[in-house]
Ligand binder design. Structure first.
Ligand SMILES: [Zn+2]
Length: 294
């Protein structure tokens, strides 16, 4: 069994991106899931204009999850500027509604606002008080990207981990996973740095200091961080086996899923224990999201 912590969809293929691709429809996702052996997948609504060329609401994700019973796990998503771009908007009221509808977490936050913007912190606070895990994307700067803005070394993420110690934060994106190493090389923070990982990266430090920090291994960024220096990756996965979660971030029908093969090979070659493999591929998700058996 595999549970995927990170997928996106649209109700119908609709508008293409400039590169000619569309998001995968639920039917296309199920086809990919059946092919690679993913039993259930979290669907993350896209609600912020920075994140995509077209948006998917929480309401649409809930409808899709009901239609494909047992295959999809709905997350809700709220842009921190929703309704009146105001600090007095009642986000708790919205979260309570979505939780009652079956949402198991919030994200992916793609709003291109500072990590410590008061509107973002208000959303963190409302999620923390409801024990709702949050998936976020890090943006390297304001403008020309998406995701919560943080600087090199992720100081604002650390501040959030200190201010909201019970909030389970699932880190994702290139600027998050680039911090597995102390230097980014030519690829830069928003790329896919290659080669051996020297000791002293910020992520190993943050993972050891903050038990509420989780790692979403989806997309090229998560896969790259675990595979660019395989010995480091295996060790990191063993060490943080309780807080790493398998994911793909399939956005288009043509997307590949190399992490499935990587983890499977690591298991069959004895590089990764079966205990760590099971936790990363489904047990952690099941526990974190308080899932009922499908
Ligand atoms: Zn995503």
């Amino acid at each position: 069994m595999i549970i995927d912590i990170h997928m996106h969809t649209v109700r119908a293929a609709g508008m293409r991106r400039a590169n000619g691709e569309t998001f995968a429809t639920p039917t296309q996702l199920v086809r990919i899931m059946d092919r690679v052996g993913i039993e259930r997948a979290v669907l993350l609504p896209m609600v912020s204009p920075e994140g995509s060329h077209c948006l998917t609401s929480t309401e649409e994700v809930l409808l899709i999850a009901r239609r494909y019973k047992g295959r999809f796990i709905p997350f809700c998503n709220i842009d921190p500027r929703i309704e009146m771009n105001s600090l007095s908007t009642d986000l708790g009221h919205m979260l309570d509604y979505y939780i009652a509808q079956g949402c198991k977490g919030l994200g992916e936050i793609t709003a291109n606002l500072p990590f410590d913007d008061p509107r973002v912190e208000k959303l963190f606070d409302a999620c923390q008080s409801r024990d709702l895990p949050v998936t976020f994307h890090v943006g390297p700067q304001e403008g020309d990207c998406y995701g919560l803005v943080d600087g090199p070394g992720l100081p604002r993420l650390e501040q959030a981990l200190m201010r909201f110690p019970k909030l389970k934060l699932l880190g994702h994106s290139q600027p998050f996973w680039a911090e597995i190493a102390p230097d980014y090389g030519e690829a830069g923070r928003n790329g896919y740095p290659k080669g051996p990982i020297k000791p002293g990266g910020r992520l190993p430090q943050l993972f050891s200091r903050y038990p509420s920090l989780y790692g979403d291994l989806s997309a090229g960024s998560g896969y790259n961080a675990m595979s660019r220096d395989p010995e480091f990756g295996y060790h990191f996965m063993e060490k943080y086996q309780d807080r790493l979660l398998f994911g793909t971030d399939i956005c288009a029908p043509s997307n590949d899923t190399p992490l499935v093969r990587y983890l499977h090979t690591a298991l069959s070659e004895g590089k990764l224990s079966s205990q760590a493999y099971e936790k990363i591929t489904w047990r952690n998700a099941s526990l974190l999201l308080k899932l009922e058996p499908a």
